[in-house]
Design a protein around this ligand. Structure first.
Ligand code: HQG
Length: 192
């Protein structure tokens, strides 16, 4: 097989992306996939994570983990202060409390979804589905990208100010995603 520096670089990047997806699965949904547990604040032990992933990816080490955390395009993960623990910043399906303070949202937030979900959303509002919270974006462009993950995108504007006045609680994850339990249909306005 032909090897050159460029291909090695691409292979290494592809490995990191694959492992990053796996870390996301472990830290948000399925720590048991590598036989580890999360504490109630979502923290995993870094050495246990590295050892667990190392069973499937023998080349994986602390330097690779640090690179994944540092370069992640959505800043999905955080280390604790002394670097012995790691957690996902948001996106969990398992019930952990990542200790986000209740935060006053901007007037409007956005939600990106797929067009095929809009009939159900128009009828039932936004539900968290498999996750703990509905995820909202600070701008329409980000929402559009989130929606494209599911198919032909549709974007809703969310009247966050009115929700807040009506007693709905909002959190902002450390990577800038807005979270709330549900968004009832009257607060939604379909943009496209
Ligand atoms: C839809 C990504 C039918 C909802 C993103 C969404 C985000 C309904 C899907 C984060 C519905 C759930 C989360 C209803 C909601 N009827 N469908 N009543 N209510 N839905 O992946 O928000 O790259 O769990 O519109 O950037 O797409 O993973 O949520 O389409 O921040 O880090 O049900 O995941 O980040 O899908 O994405 P998801 P999401 P990562």
């Amino acid at each position: 097989m032909r090897r050159d520096t460029q291909h090695d670089g691409q292979d290494a990047a592809a490995d990191l992306t694959r492992i990053s997806r796996f870390i996301s699965l472990i830290l948000r949904h399925k720590p048991e996939a590598i036989g580890i547990t999360l504490d109630r604040h979502g923290w995993a032990d870094v050495d246990a994570l590295i050892a667990g992933i190392g069973r499937e990816h023998p080349e994986f080490d602390r330097a690779m983990l640090e690179e994944i955390v540092r370069t992640d395009d959505k800043q999905r993960y955080s280390f604790n202060e002394d670097g012995t623990k790691i957690r996902a910043n948001q996106g969990h399906s398992i019930p952990v409390d990542v200790e986000l303070p209740e935060t006053e949202p901007p007037q409007t937030l956005y939600h990106g979804t797929a067009q095929r979900f809009t009939a159900s959303i128009d009828a039932n509002g936004l539900l968290p589905e498999s996750r703990l919270y509905v995820h909202l974006s600070p701008d329409a462009q980000t929402a559009q990208k989130v929606g494209s993950r599911h198919g032909k995108p549709a974007v809703y504007l969310v009247d966050a100010a009115r929700m807040r006045r009506d007693g709905h609680v909002f959190y902002r994850s450390v990577n800038g995603v807005w979270l709330t339990k549900t968004v009832p249909a009257p607060y939604l306005h379909r943009l496209e």
